[in-house]
Ligand binder design. Structure first.
Ligand SMILES: [Zn+2]
Length: 317
């Protein structure tokens, strides 16, 4: 990708005959012509933002590779930092969480953005979080959680999947890892979001372990299951108030285009308004603003990559 023009917060680059506007935080917007690029370049930051929105080109998910070499991929091994999802190929994103609330509140906005950009979205909850209410019996609360997740997924244009582990007792077992492996192979995500391991909640720690090993299993061709092997190029850990120990974000994603729709989807959960003792709506609204302040967007989510995903293979610095 050749750089044509560069300013403090805006670059215009060309890959083949594609012109792209690139912000320094590495989100990318593909333009139709050099004329649009020249117009955008001459505008101040806020006018340019509106102009690019008006072009209905939106902002791009995640980052774009500076170079497009095909890396060697070992079966089951996470890909290196050279493998990046370009804006022209929207991610198929799968959020895998211990409980439905985690999937939608902490991971839902990136899924919504993938769908907005033309990709697919799947929310997988390993349990229903049925023991999360102090006033509603687990059997009834599980039904409410399932219905809320299905409605929220429908509103975002995503699919909802569930495994039936008991809330609080999700086992980091091979059986669970293979069950998640099978769903990864069926949905073929190019990007997975899940919990960071630094959590006080044992189900979240178990989910972290399950997903990491499920990705490994999913990519092993010699592991024969119903579906063929599928390599997942990208994994991110979500910003979750319960998983804050050692959480060090390295990626800020502009969720402004989907913020309202994602917020409305979350509001379908009874717990969103604080009925289980935590003010999720206040927390995630203010967090999106705070992460946006840090990254130059109106609203953003912060994500953390596995260390191997950040490795850069370069011939010059
Ligand atoms: Zn949870």
């Amino acid at each position: 990708m050749a750089t044509l023009e560069c300013q403090a917060k805006f670059c215009v680059r060309q890959t083949g005959d594609k012109i792209a506007a690139v912000r320094v935080n590495r989100s990318v917007i593909f333009l139709k012509s050099r004329h649009d690029a020249a117009k955008a370049k001459s505008m101040d930051h806020s006018t340019r933002r509106s102009f690019l929105k008006d072009l209905s080109l939106g902002t791009a998910a995640f980052s774009v590779a500076d170079h497009q070499e095909k890396p060697s991929v070992m079966p089951g091994r996470p890909s290196s930092g050279n493998v990046q999802t370009a804006a022209s190929a929207p991610a198929n994103t799968m959020a895998i969480a211990a409980h439905p609330g985690d999937a939608f509140f902490a991971m839902g906005a990136p899924v919504a953005l993938s769908i907005r950009l033309g990709g697919h979205g799947v929310f997988l909850s390993l349990s229903l979080g049925e023991r999360g209410s102090s006033t509603i019996a687990p059997a009834r609360y599980g039904v409410l959680q399932r219905e809320a997740a299905q409605s929220a997924a429908h509103r975002l244009g995503a699919q909802a999947e569930f495994l039936d582990y008991a809330d609080g007792e999700i086992p980091a077992s091979d059986e669970a890892k293979l069950a998640v492996c099978d769903l990864i192979r069926r949905h073929k995500p190019t990007l997975i979001l899940t919990h960071w391991r630094g959590s006080w909640h044992k189900d979240h720690v178990a989910c972290y372990e399950i997903v990491n090993d499920a990705i490994f299993y999913a990519g092993l061709p010699a592991l024969i299951r119903e579906e063929p092997a599928h390599n997942v190029p990208k994994l991110y850990f979500a910003d979750n108030w319960e998983d804050a120990t050692g959480f060090a974000p390295d990626t800020y994603l502009d969720i402004t285009p989907v913020f309202d729709g994602w917020f409305e989807a979350c509001a379908l959960f009874p717990m969103w308004r604080g009925e289980t003792g935590f003010r999720y709506d206040d927390y995630y609204r203010s967090l999106a603003v705070e992460r946006g302040c840090l990254s130059g967007f109106a609203h953003a989510v912060a994500l953390m990559s596995p260390p191997e995903q950040l490795a850069r293979h370069v011939q010059a610095l």
